[in-house]
Design a protein around this ligand. Structure first.
Ligand SMILES: Cc1cc2nc3c(=O)[nH]c(=O)nc-3n(C[C@H](O)[C@H](O)[C@H](O)COP(=O)(O)OP(=O)(O)OC[C@H]3O[C@@H](n4cnc5c(N)ncnc54)[C@H](O)[C@@H]3O)c2cc1C
Length: 367
């Protein structure tokens, strides 16, 4: 018998389990996958840490969270500075003075601001009614055409004119020569990959892999006083209010034995809409690897259907309304705690998941 059955060995489940164990609770953690770590999982392949579910860069402004994660691994000084490749032209991201100089030849912030202002005014958009209009009204036509349109249309599988404006609330525009994507105080990659963090979080805790909660629900529900559920909330309630929608991804990984440096950067976004993938990750650059070979992963956004990995929740009005119905049921549960990105139907970065898990444990075990 356990105090908690934790469904999901991802960041939420593993953090909850670690903290509950520290407070004397007995936990069983299950995961339907054959590994721990959820989407943060990294696997060593020929000496390179491969981010199996897309590039994961840890970043936070919160010192408590940064200190927390640093207990479990040593982090390097990796700074996320992605590059955009638009039909062979290379631009720095996020949009900053390097990008503006390459686009227009401008060298001062004032010239760049003026260029954006002129393009916004020429577009005459007062009330943006779709994503295209929203983006142009924020950054002008050149940046939109070369760096936003194709990428966003691939990401969502629809024309930018059919996408709602709310998807882009803000666009990071910086009038300095700073290619650091994040504004956070702390960022980095754990030296030796993320999986060691999960091994430490789950050390001494019973873990059952290849175990799908829904295939053994009755038995599993009876083995613990409470459940911490980090899977899909609609599935937990048998889809009674409908199916929540997601975007999915297909990853294509290649080991390049003859090449030691394929693209000179960990992340290159392909922002045209003729290239089917959105980005190529070259994993060794996350750890400044010196191997003679390299490993790359192309990331293709795809339509989600049941059975595929649900990566990005589609938080439009329709799906949010459905989620609210499930959330109402969840709020009435005395013995089930819902946490993490699938149960809360929300895109969370890693630092947010840790913050949520710590707050949940404190609410649960310190009152
Ligand atoms: C492509 C991509 C890139 C990202 N990049 C970053 C980044 O750079 N920086 C950052 O901070 N964050 C990033 N994130 C977000 C990060 O992945 C999440 O914050 C984190 O994985 C969420 O942890 P979780 O525990 O909520 O969910 P998950 O990691 O999804 O864990 C849930 C676990 O539950 C298991 N599970 C589900 N249903 C069942 C069931 N029925 N039975 C048993 N087990 C089940 C799943 O197999 C999974 O292992 C990225 C996400 C994606 C998709």
């Amino acid at each position: 018998m356990y105090d908690y059955l934790i469904v999901g060995a991802g960041l939420f489940g593993a953090t909850f389990a670690y903290e509950a164990k520290k407070r004397g609770k007995k936990c069983l953690v299950i995961d339907k996958r054959d590994h721990i770590g959820g989407n943060v999982f990294t696997e060593e392949v020929d000496g390179i840490q491969v981010h199996k579910y897309g590039a994961h860069i840890f970043h936070t402004n919160n010192k408590r969270i940064w200190d927390y994660i640093n207990q479990f691994a040593e982090f390097n000084r990796y700074t996320n500075s992605p590059i955009a490749n638009y039909q062979g032209e290379i631009y720095n991201l996020p949009f900053n003075m390097n990008t503006f100089n390459k686009l227009w030849g401008v060298t001062s912030p004032e010239e760049a601001k003026q260029k954006i202002r002129q393009q916004r005014e020429a577009a005459h958009i007062t009330k943006p009614s779709n994503l295209e209009e929203q983006a142009i009204s924020l950054v002008g036509t050149d940046i939109y055409q070369k760096l936003i349109k194709g990428y966003t249309e691939k990401q969502w599988g629809r024309s930018a004119r059919e996408l709602p404006a709310f998807i882009i609330k803000r666009l990071p525009v910086r009038f300095t020569y700073d290619n650091n994507y994040f504004n956070d105080r702390f960022q980095g990659i754990p030296i030796g990959g993320y999986t060691q963090i999960f091994e430490k979080l789950l050390d001494g805790i019973d873990v059952k892999l290849n175990t799908d909660f829904f295939k053994e629900r009755n038995q599993l529900e009876n083995c613990a006083d409470k459940i911490v559920f980090t899977g899909m909330i609609d599935q937990f309630y048998d889809y009674q209010f409908g199916v929540l929608n997601y975007r999915s991804l297909r990853f294509e990984t290649e080991i390049l034995n003859e090449i030691d440096n394929f693209q000179g950067n960990a992340v290159v976004n392909y922002t045209d809409n003729k290239t089917a993938f959105t980005r190529i990750i070259e994993h060794k650059h996350f750890e400044f690897g010196k191997q003679r070979h390299t490993i790359i992963t192309k990331e293709y956004p795809i339509e989600w259907r049941q059975g595929l990995e649900p990566y990005y929740p589609i938080n439009d009005d329709e799906n949010n309304e459905i989620y609210k119905l499930y959330q109402n049921l969840a709020d009435q549960e005395a013995n089930v705690i819902f946490g993490g990105r699938l149960a809360n139907y929300k895109y969370y970065d890693m630092h947010q998941v840790i913050g949520e898990a710590l707050a949940t444990v404190e609410r649960e075990l310190e009152n």
